[in-house]
Every structure is written in structure tokens, then in C-alpha cells.
Write a protein that binds this ligand. Structure first.
Ligand code: HAM
Length: 440
């Protein structure tokens, strides 16, 4: 009977492996995030990847794309609870803040996180179904200084990575008091122009009119230019708050672009919203072979969420935060030709022969590592010839050879790979000898 061919598994659509050659870029970004977090006094928090689905429904909003189309939801085995893979980090961080009584700590509480997130989206240039974000949240702070500081935090992370061509767009979408007036004006404007909007926006006018300003359809983008602007509807408090944010940004010498049509896709935002873009639209294919979009790439976003704590815990906690998209930033790091990301090559190779030689080499290998010397080996091979071949492939300056005879004598051979000159040393002197030669 013919054997059924075995299925060849591949990664799930939109979920990518991060391969060893890319790890140095990720490591560099995590280093930058940690460094900036420490500079600005943020503490790390890790919340679960799975939360109750209702947490996101209550905060992002029922009619947000995130909830309507993008959530990975599933019933737990008991069937009594619907869970979701986290599509974003802010709701989970606020849930943890409330759950652990951080409201009683000295405010503000400044938290940061790094990790994977999940959104069921159509994968394309820089958009994935599993992606990674770093996020910074300042909880329990009303002052506009915090809003400006977060923009600056993002800029610091970018500057550490030598990514300079970013632009931040800012706007204020007002509060519970003033936003309804803006919404009414917006709906009225779009009703008069309903024939000029796309099919999705005809639905959005009823469910989530603010999202119409965010529509990428060409017709809708054109029409947006004539739409009412949030800034004309702000109440006095929101206007003052936003004016201060801009003044603090000036004070910090952070250049920004005022985008009066900038809105964010989630219901929890109030007042300040911002988004970070790369100025030059990436035109080439991304490293994963996906062609990057023509529109500028959003590499981060955030804003104020003064009502979020109330949405899930009946508490008043003014807060502001932002998150950066790590896949997109890695793409920029590569595009900018960032060097020094490759792993440093080994300096010394240990070749061994016979059981005794191998045992002694094993210990010597770790002694050299402890002294900070980059050392390579091929302990699984016995042939000296193939070990030497590998040593030259690595391009090491020296190979140490430890055969059966040397192991008995307590010696070791040091071979200069360039001149092929070999010298013998007592094994207990070799680490010092290598250190001396490495210093030259
Ligand atoms: P967001 O704008 O939805 O905000 O996401 C932040 C960043 O994550 C985006 O600018 C983008 O770079 C990246 N990103 C989002 N979706 C994808 C995707 N499917 N594939 C690759 N990258 C993606 C938030 O998530 C808010 N929680 C930010 C925040 C923090 N607001 C307040 N605090």
C-alpha cells in the first residue's frame, strides 16, 4: 500500500520566525529600550499573552477594527470563558495596575514592556499577525509633561538605534465633554458627502464615525481634507492641555507635525494622540520579501487614555502611553545599513584528538571563554585535518592542538594559522600566552 505523504509544516501565515542572523538587531533594540527605560525611570512589567476577550471589547471598543476583525479569540476548555491573544498592551497593563493596587503607590507609576502581540490582519509590507511591540505607559499622571515626555522617550529609543528620519504627528481628540460635539459635526459633514465615501465608511458613519478620518481609501483621504477638525471643538481644559503638550515638545526641541485629522483606532483614547512615521516611504522589498507599502510606515503610536481605568475598574486614573512596532524598526535598522550587528568571529580554535585530548580541551575551552576570549571548537570531530579546515574557515589567528601525546605530557601546540608555525607550551601557561598575544 502506498504511504500517505507526510505533511510538510510551515509557519502560520503572518507569523514569522526570527532567525539567528536577525537576532543581533532585536537584541540591539531591546538594549535601547532597556537603556531608555532606565534613563527615564520606567519599570518592566510582563502581563500574560492571554486575557479575557471582554477586556479588549470594553477598552478598544466593540466597533473598533481590533475587536470587530482582528482578535484571536477562543473558548477555554471549560467553555465558560472567552479568551483572546492580546492584540495590544495598554489594556492588560492597566488591568494589572488596578488588580495589584498600584493605584496606592506613589504616582505616577511608569511601566514598560516588550513582547509579542496578535492581530488577524491581511499580512503585507510590515504587517504581521504575530508582531512585537515595546511599550511605555505612565499611569496616574494628568500633566501634559508626561505626554511630551513619552514622545521624547520614543525619539531616544530611535536615536540610540541611529534612526533619524522619523516624524511625529500629534493631535488632540478632546474628552467626553467636547468630543460628542465634534462627532456630531463630523457625521453631519459625511452625511452631506455620503456618495463620496467608500463602502466601509458608509457603515462607519453609524458605528464609529471618527474612524472615517483614518480610512486609507483614496476617495475618503481626499474628502478628509475638508472634514471638520477636532481642534476647533476642544473645550477650554482640553485646549489648554494640548497647548501645554506642544509647548513642552518645543521645550524638549522635539520637532512635530500637527495633524488635525489624526485619530486613533481605539476607543480608550482621550486628548493627546500621536503617531510616529518614517519620513521616507520605504520603496524596496522588506527583508522578508514583502513589498513595503507606498504610504509612510507607522513605526509607533500612542496617546492619552484617561478613561481606560474607568472602563474596566470604575477608577479615575489619568494615563498616557505609546508603543513601537519592532518588526518595522528592525526593517529600518537593516535598511539604514546599520553595521556591527554581526556576531564577532572567534579568535582561537581548539582542535583535539583522542579521548584524553578532548576531555582536557573541554576544560580549556571554558577557561578561555571565562577570560573573554572568543573560542570555537568542533568536539564532535576526531580528524585534525577537518578541524583545521574549519579553523581556517572561521579565520582564527591561532589554533590550539591537543592530541593524546600532549594530553599525557601536559603540553599543547599553538599553531599560527597565517605562518603555519607551531610552538609547544605547557598547558597551564597557554591561557596567559593567548591573552598576551591577543593584546598585541
Ligand atoms: P498601535 O498604533 O495599534 O498602538 O500599535 C503600535 C505600533 O505597533 C504601530 O505603530 C505599528 O508600528 C505596530 N503594529 C501594529 N500592528 C501591527 C502589525 N499587524 N504588524 C506589525 N506591526 C504592527 C497600540 O497598540 C497602543 N497599545 C499603543 C499605546 C500604548 N497607546 C497607549 N499606550
Amino acid at each position: 500500500m502506498a504511504r500517505k505523504p507526510k505533511k510538510i509544516f510551515q509557519s502560520v501565515k503572518g507569523m514569522a520566525d526570527i532567525l539567528p542572523q536577525d537576532q543581533p538587531y532585536w537584541e540591539e533594540m531591546r538594549k535601547s529600550v532597556n537603556k531608555v527605560a532606565q534613563m527615564f525611570g520606567f519599570q518592566r512589567i510582563d502581563v500574560p499573552i492571554v486575557e479575557e476577550e471582554d477586556l479588549y471589547k470594553a477598552t478598544a471598543g466593540q466597533s473598533s477594527d481590533l475587536v470587530e476583525k482582528q482578535m484571536y479569540s477562543f473558548k477555554n476548555r471549560g467553555g465558560d470563558l472567552t479568551l483572546a491573544l492580546r492584540p495590544e498592551g495598554t489594556a492588560g497593563v492597566m488591568r494589572a495596575y488596578l488588580e495589584h493596587g498600584m493605584v496606592n503607590l506613589t504616582q505616577p507609576v511608569k511601566l514598560f514592556y516588550v513582547g509579542p502581540f496578535f492581530r488577524y490582519e491581511q499580512p503585507q509590507g510590515g504587517r504581521y499577525r504575530q508582531f512585537h511591540q515595546f511599550g511605555f505607559e505612565i499611569l496616574g499622571e494628568e500633566s501634559p509633561v508626561a505626554d511630551a515626555q513619552l514622545v521624547s522617550v520614543f525619539q531616544h529609543v530611535m536615536l540610540n538605534l541611529s534612526i533619524k528620519n522619523t516624524e511625529v504627528q500629534v493631535n488632540s481628540i478632546g474628552c467626553k465633554e467636547c468630543r460628542p460635539k465634534f462627532k456630531t459635526a463630523l457625521v453631519s459633514f459625511y452625511r452631506q458627502n455620503i456618495n463620496k465615501v467608500c463602502k466601509d465608511c458608509r457603515k462607519r458613519i453609524k458605528t464609529n464615525p471618527l474612524r472615517m478620518l483614518d480610512c486609507k481609501d483614496e476617495k475618503c483621504s481626499m474628502l478628509k481634507q475638508q472634514a471638520p477638525q477636532t481642534l476647533d471643538f476642544l473645550c477650554d481644559d482640553c485646549r489648554k492641555h494640548f497647548k501645554n503638550v506642544l509647548e513642552y515638545l518645543d521645550e524638549l526641541s522635539v520637532p512635530y507635525v500637527l495633524n488635525p485629522h489624526l485619530v486613533r483606532g481605539l476607543d480608550y483614547y482621550t486628548r493627546t494622540v500621536f503617531e510616529f512615521f518614517v519620513k521616507q516611504p520605504p520603496e524596496a522589498a522588506t527583508p522578508d520579501g514583502v513589498v513595503a507599502p507606498a504610504a509612510p510606515l507607522a513605526i509607533g503610536g500612542g496617546g492619552r487614555f484617561d478613561n481606560l481605568a474607568d472602563m474596566i475598574g470604575n477608577k479615575k486614573v489619568p494615563a498616557v502611553g505609546m508603543a513601537g512596532g519592532m518588526e518595522r524598526i528592525v526593517y529600518l535598522m537593516k535598511k539604514s545599513g546599520m553595521t556591527g550587528m554581526e556576531q564577532k568571529p572567534p579568535q582561537v580554535f581548539i582542535a583535539q584528538l583522542g579521548e584524553m585530548g578532548r576531555k582536557k580541551s573541554l576544560r580549556l575551552f571554558e577557561e578561555l571563554l571565562d577570560k573573554g576570549i572568543r573560542v570555537a571548537e568542533f568536539f564532535g570531530k576526531d580528524s585534525i585535518k577537518s578541524q583545521l579546515r574549519l579553523a581556517s574557515k572561521f579565520g582564527v589567528k591561532y589554533t590550539l592542538i591537543l592530541g593524546q601525546k600532549e594530553a599525557i605530557d601536559g603540553t599543547i601546540i599553538l599553531r599560527d594559522m597565517e605562518s603555519s608555525i607551531q610552538e609547544q607550551f605547557p598547558i597551564d601557561k597557554i591561557v596567559e600566552e593567548i591573552k598576551k598575544r591577543m593584546k598585541k
